[in-house]
Write a protein that binds this ligand. Structure first.
Ligand SMILES: Nc1ncnc2c1ncn2[C@@H]1O[C@H](COP(=O)(O)OP(=O)(O)OP(=O)(O)O)[C@@H](O)[C@H]1O
Length: 283
């Protein structure tokens, strides 16, 4: 895939407070996304991962604090200027009705197309590459809304890749994908970071895939960052308990050394209310 032409971007958030109407979600978040690395945000449902991603990507304005992209306040920067540096795939995107896959992927090129300035050849090449990388070329002419959840997800990722930004933020990109495709996607994203120098920030729910592919893990709970660092440092049983309230053993993959969490079976005897709940399910 074409090499980005700029220096790797530096994205930082300082003392971020953000939320929705009167509801505060982020409560004083400081974060620096490492350049040319793959960083994964982990945390339980509702802990503020998407809110942080949106705030860093400029789609949500913080009530306090700042986000800096290459030293410049992102919320004071122009949309097109930011879109040339940063691409985001939000959670559960919806395509306009009747759009073909190729048209969707082509939407990723908008920051590169001025009113008077178009580079059709460069656009076509970026679209072709992104579709090849995500294995959606065979669907090119089909309507996005006629694809399966996993096929559609790959098309959205192709759109973000076609944008050819140095910084890529993806909110739960592996949703709907079967395990093999999840692994393929994470391999691709990892290559983009390590071979092409792109900076990636992902929200993932699969703890073991996150630990296997992330260079950096950022663990969140209740709108705050609890801990962050290399998986070998922070993917520990005490941290999993602290962040997810999960009782688990952490073992290590004999080949790669990556930490793996194995939830501990409780083996508790069924209570009266468990039996009643099972009976209700059987009715
Ligand atoms: N548009 C919104 N309006 C109001 N509240 C919202 C909105 N989006 C999220 N929230 C609330 O903000 C809190 C944090 O949500 P957020 O989506 O950031 O969490 P998350 O960690 O990404 O969760 P999940 O893993 O379930 O996707 C939650 O309590 C959620 O209900």
């Amino acid at each position: 895939m074409t090499q980005p032409s700029h220096q790797p971007p530096r994205l930082t958030g300082e003392a971020l407070q953000a939320g929705y109407d009167t509801r505060r979600v982020l409560d004083g978040v400081d974060i620096a996304i490492e350049e040319g690395k793959l960083t994964v945000l982990l945390g339980p449902n509702g802990s503020g991962k998407s809110t942080l991603l949106k705030t860093l990507a400029r789609t949500l304005t913080p009530s306090d604090g700042h986000v800096y992209l290459d030293g410049k306040d992102i919320h004071r920067s122009k949309t097109r200027e930011v879109a040339k540096r940063l691409g985001i795939l939000p959670q559960g995107p919806v395509a306009p009705e009747g759009l073909s896959v190729k048209q969707l992927v082509a939407m990723g090129r908008f920051p590169h197309q001025g009113l008077w300035q178009k580079n059709a050849q460069q656009d076509a090449e970026a679209i072709r590459e992104a579709m090849t990388y995500t294995h959606v070329t065979e669907f090119a002419e089909r309507n996005v809304d006629a694809l399966s959840g996993g096929q559609r997800q790959r098309c959205w990722i192709a759109m973000v890749l076609a944008q050819q930004t140095d910084l890529i933020l993806l909110d739960e990109p592996t949703t709907f994908l079967d395990l093999k495709v999840q692994v393929d996607l994470l391999e691709l994203l990892s290559r983009l970071a390590h071979e092409k120098g792109r900076t990636l920030l992902l929200v993932l729910h699969d703890l073991n895939l996150a630990a296997a592919y992330a260079d950096q893990l950022v663990m969140m709970c209740d709108g705050r960052i609890v801990t962050s660092g290399a998986p070998s440092e922070v993917f520990t049983a005490p941290n999993l308990k602290r962040v997810f309230d999960l009782d688990a053993h952490v073992i290590h993959d004999p080949e790669s050394g990556s930490p793996i969490c194995v939830p501990r079976k409780r083996n508790q005897p069924a209570t009266e209310s468990d039996v009643l709940a099972l009976q209700r399910c059987a009715m």
